[in-house]
Design a protein around this ligand. Structure first.
Ligand SMILES: Cc1cc2nc3c(=O)[nH]c(=O)nc-3n(C[C@H](O)[C@H](O)[C@H](O)COP(=O)(O)O)c2cc1C
Length: 323
């Protein structure tokens, strides 16, 4: 299935693994890229040294293209991080929470594409103006930091605003081949999936995360500022309920991130050996597609399954096309 996205990325399938902080480490990134999708490291929760090591791990495990995602709004030097991304051999830099205007030229001078996460049409226009090579249109259904506009209305409006100039990738609540087919129907060039890929054996996670996802229904998530001070979709639990009842105790980003980490209820970036994780209080970023997930599936199989299902859906829809 070739689209503008597969062309620009140099991959086989228009399926991108979201660069999820705490989850998208080298193992799952390699598995997705090896399967012909596009793996993206979620480096927002990594130290500089860890990011460099994870990039090297991917590079030594696959010859296929991969990317690295960082949050523009995080304190620290984005230029130094982007230099390490370039040096490590990634082909794409993805920026969440803000347009990464100061590193676009640096990336382009080194043959690295720049992608911007967008929750509104205006974000996409600003990304285009700043020289970004494509945008991810992420609807509110998404796990992690998220806006208020849903995927279904957001994607075609972003396509209308910038889709003639640059590829648009759909995200938020998409978890299978039907979602990929729907994204293409809305004018997107592919999908960027997060939540579905957490439920793979290769994804990194703290204790209780995958189990809580398998148990959750489609209404098991809530948008809360409890874990970072910015609106984040997570599994509903005792912590989200506490802050719903005590909103005055919330502090702004990034202070609230310090409070959740030091308070022992957010360990994103940890793994199954990280001590002190209480599933009733822990922040587990998750999208609304979670209700459809009832098994862990190897990430490479997932990529192939999503594409095969989308091809079947698109073929069967042709019966509505008339003669
Ligand atoms: C655990 C988790 C961590 C995330 N971390 C980041 C991040 O660090 N940077 C970013 O741009 N997006 C992040 N996101 C958002 C994803 O990139 C993606 O847009 C989202 O997962 C798509 O929606 P879905 O979860 O419904 O598939 C995160 C999402 C999750 C679930």
């Amino acid at each position: 299935m070739q689209t503008r996205l597969t062309e620009i990325l140099g991959v086989e399938h228009p399926v991108m693994l979201a660069g999820m902080g705490g989850v998208s480490y080298a193992t799952v990134v390699t598995a997705v890229s090896e399967a012909g999708g596009f793996g993206c490291l979620g480096a927002s929760t990594m130290s500089h040294e860890t990011m460099v090591r994870e990039i090297a791990d991917v590079r030594s495990s696959t010859d296929k293209p991969f990317g690295v995602d960082l949050l523009t709004a995080m304190p620290g030097s984005m230029v130094a991080q982007v230099e390490a991304i370039i040096e490590g051999g990634a082909t794409v830099f993805v920026a969440g929470l803000g347009v990464p205007a100061e590193v676009v030229e640096l990336c382009h001078a080194n043959g690295v594409l720049v992608v911007n996460m967008c929750g509104k049409v205006d974000h996409a226009r600003r990304a285009l103006d700043a020289g970004c090579d494509m945008v991810v249109a992420q609807g509110t259904e998404a796990g992690g930091h998220t806006g208020t506009v849903a995927t279904m209305p957001l994607v075609p409006q972003i396509v209308d605003a910038v889709g003639e100039q640059i590829p648009v990738v759909a995200a938020g609540g998409l978890f299978d081949g039907r979602g990929l087919a729907a994204a293409l129907a809305l004018g997107a060039d592919g999908v960027w999936m997060g939540t579905r890929f957490i439920a793979t054996p290769e994804a990194r996670s703290v204790i209780g995360y995958k189990e809580a996802m398998l148990a959750a229904g489609e209404d098991g998530t809530v948008v809360s500022k409890a874990f970072s001070g910015k609106t984040m979709r997570v599994l509903r639990n005792d912590t989200t309920r506490f802050y719903e009842e005590h909103p005055n105790e919330l502090t702004p980003f990034p202070e609230q991130l310090g409070i959740s980490m030091n308070g022992g209820f957010f360990h994103l970036g940890g793994d199954e050996h990280t001590p002190g994780v209480d599933p009733a209080r822990e922040g587990y970023p998750t999208g609304q597609g979670v209700g459809a997930i009832d098994a862990l599936i190897p990430a490479g199989d997932l990529v192939r399954q999503i594409v095969a299902e989308a091809e079947g859906v698109l073929a069967s829809l042709s019966r509505y096309a008339g003669r």
